[in-house]
Design a protein. Structure first.
Length: 187
């Protein structure tokens, strides 16, 4: 990667900021990211080849191109917006233009398949609608009333009562007594 040596310098006007941004865009075009790929052709099979890939534009990249920290742009933008002077109008327009230009590059790059779709969605602050089309709607449960007739048997409140009602408890007691007697006989 070619490193551009630069010293930070003041940008006097919005027009100069745009000019410097276009220098950054041109630098990105002239310095693509080189991706190392293993060749799969018969003649060069297994050799390493470097394939140029478009360098994506970013506000952070622009700041670094200018020799500034990554927070410089947002700090300058906050100061310009807080001052709200008519003389800062050129800066405001230039900064909006730069942000729009970078967002458009990311958006179009994703649409063309140059940039990864999910990364572009994250950078642009968009939402992937395919993941959010399932919605849960709460529905009130119907009210249920149990009405017992006079002739209906009383409901059991335990497992023991159920077994007694079915006549199974006496059989189980007999089984347990048999098992105890059998264990004594074996022992």
């Amino acid at each position: 990667m070619k490193v551009r040596e630069t010293k930070p310098r003041a940008i006097a006007t919005g027009a100069e900021m745009r000019e410097r941004f276009h220098e950054y865009v041109e630098w990105c075009r002239e310095n693509p990211i080189m991706e190392a790929r293993m060749s799969t052709t018969d003649t060069n099979f297994g050799t390493l080849a470097y394939v140029p890939k478009k360098r994506p534009l970013s506000l952070k990249g622009f700041c670094l191109f200018l020799g500034r920290s990554a927070s410089w742009f947002s700090t300058l933008e906050s100061r310009v917006n807080a001052a709200n002077n008519s003389s800062d109008k050129g800066y405001r327009e230039a900064m909006r233009y730069i942000k729009d230009f970078v967002q458009n590059d990311v958006y179009e790059g994703a649409m063309a398949g140059i940039y990864k779709e999910q990364m572009s969605i994250r950078i642009l602050g968009l939402e992937d609608k395919r993941r959010n089309d399932f919605h849960v709607t709460a529905v009130a449960a119907p009210k249920v009333s149990i009405v017992m007739s006079k002739d209906a048997p009383k409901l059991a409140s335990s497992e023991e009562q159920i077994m007694l009602n079915e006549g199974l408890l006496e059989n189980r007691i007999e089984d347990l007594e048999f098992e105890e007697n059998f264990d004594e006989y074996e022992g």
